[in-house]
Design a protein. Structure first.
Length: 209
């Protein structure tokens, strides 16, 4: 079974016009669950009780900040829909692939994915929060807040994966040292039998400081 992240840049399907296309990212392994339906919006987490010892700490939203891009974006848990697509709403939202290690885990690789752009109903191409993800460089800092805990990472490498098929197997390695992989689209927009697609993926590998 293939698991695909769909968007005109990443994750959400749209009609491609001009300079943008649909981005298909299939993970490297089979066996991912495909539920009958997935809600289009992730429910807001319950607010902690004011008397809870973690009340002050846990009110901070799950988010990722990338100083080099000047961006701070909410993170939502992204499951697959009935077609096997990882659904992340909005151009300014980042999806955690919930079949990979949660952010801040002691072991394993965490996939975080978001848009580079998306074609709007009027045909205009609107930038996503990770439009310039490929501009990151080795040593750039990344900060993730997850369940009230802040984890600081540093970029180790930026990889251009020239495939619209499966991602490298290492992206779902739960036995690796802790790390995150940021995924978006890049390369050129090419015409395929089923529409316009970006022909490459931008993978940013980062490790805890």
């Amino acid at each position: 079974m293939k698991r695909v992240l769909v968007t005109t840049a990443v994750l959400v399907a749209a009609v491609a016009l001009g300079a943008a296309g649909i981005c298909l990212i299939a993970p490297p392994i089979d066996g991912y669950p495909v539920p009958a339906a997935v809600a289009t919006k992730t429910p807001a987490p319950a607010k902690p009780s004011a008397t809870s010892p973690n009340a002050t700490h846990r009110h901070r939203p799950d988010a990722i900040s990338i100083a080099a891009l000047g961006s701070t974006s909410p993170i939502v848990s992204a499951g697959v829909d009935a077609t096997g697509n990882l659904a992340v709403p909005g151009l300014d939202t980042v999806g955690w692939d919930d079949q990979t290690a949660p952010p801040g885990s002691d072991r394993g690789t965490t996939i975080l994915a978001s848009h580079s752009d998306q074609v709007q109903a009027d045909g205009t191409d609107e930038d996503g929060v990770w439009r310039h993800l490929n501009s990151l460089q080795t040593g750039d800092p990344i900060s993730v807040t997850w369940h009230g805990r802040r984890i600081d990472y540093v970029v180790q490498r930026v990889q251009i994966w020239h495939s619209i098929g499966r991602l490298p197997a290492a992206t779902v390695d739960r036995s690796s040292a802790p790390r995150i992989v940021l995924v978006s689209c890049g390369g050129q927009v090419e015409h395929y039998p089923d529409g316009w697609h970006w022909d490459a993926r931008v993978l940013v590998w980062a490790a805890p400081r």
